[in-house]
Ligand binder design. Sequence first.
Ligand SMILES: [Zn+2]
Length: 363
Amino acid sequence: MQIISPNKVIRGKNAWKRSLPEIVKLTKSPLLLGRSFITRSLRSRIYNDLIQLNLNVFNAELEFDCCEVDLTRIYNLAVEHNCDSIITAGGGKVLDAGKLLADYLSVPCITVPLSASTCAGWTALANIYTTEGKFVKDINLKSCPKILVCDHSFINSAPKKTLSSGIADSLAKWYESSITSSSNKDGIIQQAIQISRVLRDQLFIQGEDAFNNPSEENLAWTNVVEANSLTAGLIGGIGGEKCRTAAAHAIHNAITQINSNKKPLHGEIVGVGILIQLRLEESKNNNKLANQSINQLVKFMKNLKLPTTISELGINVFENDNLQKIASFTCRKESEIHFLPFEFSKEDIIQVISKFESQKIKI
Ligand SMILES: [Zn+2]
């Protein structure tokens, strides 16, 4: 069975207001989940709108990233208050936490992304981290959210770097799915890969305009927001597991194991992961276009003020055995890097990363 999409996607101007009649059909006692201080005023608007509908809303806040400690605490609160749905409003990790809670409680989930940093509002997947933000594992959920509310004015209030981070995460769809699944003969998977190519091209064409002119009136901005929040999720839905991740995300997961005081966003790390994946393809899979792709990506990423090396993520790989740690975690048995269709060893990863971090990337 394939889990493809949310039951309903409500997008655009005033999407939140337009979703309210659908939400009241699903729930009487929702748990409203969020996290950060900067989204608090938006979430209090959401809370008030739900109260106006005579819903019995219980408000809860995460303390950390999507982690077991928070999930257990909020699960118990949801049971205690007889919550019959989860409405989760925030970035990727808040959306993941809300989806997991709804899955554990077997109640409907309504996702309200408050940034365009990931496609977590769409997918039937969630990542679990430690309280310090180290990646632990991903979990397949029983279903996608019942309703995804992609409200442009909510997303427009997010910090600019969430948009660029989301762009890097969406670009990974093409670089990861095209290498893992290009020889797959399944027509639907082939078509999903082609959507990821069109998505990449659209981000290359409109990404900078969206980043520099983040207005709801700017078509480039709305296109990029929906590319990150919706299309990237659709590709994972129809393409399945192998269309989702490969080396870029495996390297992301490994980099999160190392403490960085810069606290980079998910997509910021994934973007660096794409560049390292391409270097690995160049050295181990004879990808003759890798260098050209890297130059194109680095130029684009720099224009979006995205990090392009691990050191720009706040980590020196040549200190504290970091290189070994990253390579070991990247290559562990359950890592998605093993979806790559060519042979490589942990030593190859060490070599590629150490060369990558030592060189000055020319653009
Ligand atoms: Zn991602």
